[in-house]
Every structure is written in structure tokens, then in C-alpha cells.
Design a protein around this ligand. Sequence first.
Ligand SMILES: [Zn+2]
Ligand SMILES: [Zn+2]
Length: 156
Amino acid sequence: MILTKVRFPMTRGRATQMLDELKKAGLKLTPQRIAIVRELADDLSHPTAQSLFDRLRPAFPTMSFATVYNTLDALARCGLTGTLHLGGAVRFDPNTEAHDHAVCDSCGVIVDLPREREAVMFGKIPPAIARAAFQVTSEERTYRGLCGRCARQDSN
Ligand SMILES: [Zn+2]
Ligand SMILES: [Zn+2]
């Protein structure tokens, strides 16, 4: 499955911000790491480490998968990218605002859904979670179905 790259329209400085934070975290900014960060920073397709590796390999034939994975892992540990576990693969998500996801069962596109302010769960824990005495630190919700494009093709 090949996902086309979706670009952030509004966050021009995202890559710079990520690189600054990595430097602060003590990582040396090699040309490969800079390319990995730039590739992820405006990519809303929720890429896997493997797909970023495949995209960057033509430009960096000597780059190892471990370099890609470790750089993404460092970004995640700094809170600069979210991670998303879908269908067994870890995906990376440079959108760190609280949001939910809608996944198309036909083409696999993953769409970010901004949270409505009042839908944020903290402060109103569902009774079942309260009964289980579970301490919630984060919440993620995934909706499945057909994206607009696939739904239109379906009805043709
Ligand atoms: Zn679709
Ligand atoms: Zn997302």
C-alpha cells in the first residue's frame, strides 16, 4: 500500500523546531538526521519508519534503517512526534495537538480529526474507567470506515 504524502499547510517552522530540540537532547545533527526530520516534519500521512527509510534511501544510499528508527524514537521521546499503533506497525505523527484518527478501510488513508474542546476527556472520565480505578494519562480514538474519495467510488 503506497500512501501519498500529505503536507502540513501551516507549519513552516516545524522541522527547525524539531532539529533544535534534538540538538538540545544531545543528538548530533548529521545530514541524514536532518533529512529524516525534514521528511517527517510536514508529513501528515502517519508514515512508518520503513516508509521514511524507503523515501530517503535514494538520496542517502548508505543510511541504515537503525538511523531512521533511532532518530524517530528520539523525536518521540522529546514529545515532538506522536506514535500511533495501527495494524501492527508503529506510525509516526508530527501533529502533536490532541486529535483523533479516522482510518479508511479501503485505501488506508489516516485522517487527523481535531478534538472539539468539550470532547477532551479529562475531567469527565467515563464511569466504567472510574470503576476500574484506572488512571488515564492519554486517550486515543480511531474511527474506521471509508474516506470521502473511496465512499464516492463505492457509490458509483
Ligand atoms: Zn479511502
Ligand atoms: Zn494524527
